[in-house]
Design a protein around this ligand. Structure first.
Ligand code: GUN
Ligand code: ZN
Length: 450
């Protein structure tokens, strides 16, 4: 793998921080390239103003660090680019792990009543603060997040992220039918509220706005048109939504739109499949749908804990790879049952087993880092430790439990260690999380500078 070439002059113009640890990162999909990852057992990451200046062997550079550099010694720990969660819902934090329903009933019984509480800005702010801390506690530094229909809920999540300098993609949910009245906007108000939020937040610091129609059943044709209009009126917006998650949902969409070839074709018909469009679930698709997603440069969010918890089905990762589709992993809290990307990879592996597929540890961690960055069209800014990338990273303790300690002792390759990490690890394996080169979580504390 070609990474940053040496030598660099390690003077203070290029270096204000240095971090020593083991490092792993990717420059390509391990299923496509034999030279897709770099592992440095004793490495040094050099930063300047929150961006990567260099990554190399500690032996080569350690003695040449300029005076005054802030130094963090994580020898014995493994650093990876911050995890990327390509689809989740912060307002569903407090209803995670609610028993016994599949998607449509679950929405009625748990989701809509919970989201109704976000008309109260205090609820929104408190939940957003907790949610961002929980992301960091789990090593997640970038996330595409649903808010609710309430514009203030978007202010809350972007505000909480901005305090921590985190890169968050979010947007106001658009929903004007087939939901309780207290959770419905209209096509016009959803357009107006979204436009105001876009002007306030899109590109404000690290915030990026996503036009967010919840899913086809809860948007009128007029509202789908408004979503398309927003995408044309403002540059480089995202679109995030759900598609083909559950068979009853798919049947409902077929009833609502009998003239459309498929669920995805409804979005396509209204111009909503394109670059920076993130489609969550993508389970009950056919080959024409997959080809369309690939041709349009849209992305899939693979939500294994949610797909299993809600009994929705098995995501076909190999078909996505075969079609060259950008895929990221996603927690989909609160349909998903964990904030941990490690636990998400654990379940992703089991989904692949159930489908007769093989998810290697390298592929899994690619999906959680550079693959996720590509799925969010952010790979020019983050996802690995290439020169000038934003320095978001997670410091992992591979021996965070007695069992992991024993298992790691019994391991002789980095691939095997990573596999044990994704199967046995959870938030306890996250020793620290850095955002733009600043330590925002360490050893159980939510904010730190050391
Ligand atoms: N489809 C429409 N809304 C939702 C949601 O909130 N969660 C999940 N998992 N699927 C959805
Ligand atoms: Zn979702």
């Amino acid at each position: 793998m070609k990474v940053i070439s040496l030598p660099v002059q390690l003077d203070s113009s290029r270096c204000d921080k240095a971090i020593r640890a083991s490092f792993l990162h990717f420059n390509d999909d391990p299923d496509k390239s034999l030279d897709s990852w770099e592992y440095i057992e004793d490495g040094l990451l050099i930063l300047k103003l929150g961006h990567v200046t260099a990554l190399g062997k500690a032996d080569d550079w350690f003695d040449f660090l300029p005076d005054g550099v802030e130094f963090h010694d994580f020898t014995g720990k493994l650093i990876m680019p911050g995890f990327i969660d390509t689809h989740t819902h912060y307002p569903q934090t407090d209803m995670i792990a609610s028993h016994g329903a599949q998607l449509l009933e679950w929405l009625e019984k748990y989701t809509f009543p919970t989201e109704a509480k976000f008309s109260d800005i205090n609820v929104a702010n408190a939940t957003a603060e907790f949610f961002c801390d929980e992301l960091l506690r789990n090593g997640t530094t970038t996330s595409a997040v649903f808010a609710t229909i309430h514009p203030e809920s978007v202010d809350a999540i972007f505000g909480a992220a901005q305090k921590r300098d985190m890169r968050i993609i979010s947007g106001k949910v658009m929903m004007d039918q087939n939901a309780p009245d207290f959770l419905c906007d209209t096509a016009e108000t959803s357009y107006e509220d979204s436009a105001k939020l876009i002007e306030k937040w899109h590109g404000n610091g690290r915030a990026l706005y996503a036009v967010t129609p919840r899913f086809v059943p809860t948007s009128s044709v007029d509202q789908l048109r408004m979503a398309n209009r927003l995408r044309h009126e403002y540059k480089a917006l995202y679109l995030q939504t759900h598609v083909a998650e559950n068979t009853d949902e798919v049947a409902w969409v077929a009833e609502l739109f009998p003239d459309r070839r498929s669920y995805l074709d409804v979005y396509e018909h209204y111009g909503l499949v394109g670059e920076r469009s993130i489609y969550a679930h993508c389970i009950h698709l056919d080959s024409t749908d997959r080809k369309l997603i690939a041709d349009r440069g849209a992305s899939m969010a693979f939500c294994p804990t949610s797909n299993l918890f809600l009994g929705s089905g098995l995501f076909d990762l190999d078909s996505a790879l075969f079609n060259n589709i950008k895929v990221g992993v996603a927690t989909d809290v609160g349909g998903g049952t964990s904030f941990s990307i490690l636990q998400t990879l654990n379940e992703a592996y089991k989904v692949s087993q159930m489908s007769g597929q093989t998810l290697t540890s390298m592929k899994a961690f690619y999906l959680a880092t550079l693959g996720g960055a590509k799925a969010l069209s952010l790979d020019h800014k983050l996802g690995n430790f290439e020169l000038d990338k934003e320095a978001d990273f997670v410091v992992l303790d591979l021996e965070s439990t007695p069992l992991m300690e024993r298992r790691m002792d019994n391991s002789d390759s980095i691939q095997d260690k990573l596999f044990a990490l994704m199967m046995l690890g959870d938030d306890r394996a996250v020793h620290a999380t850095f955002v733009m080169g600043v330590c925002r979580f360490k050893e159980g504390r939510s904010t730190c500078q050391d």
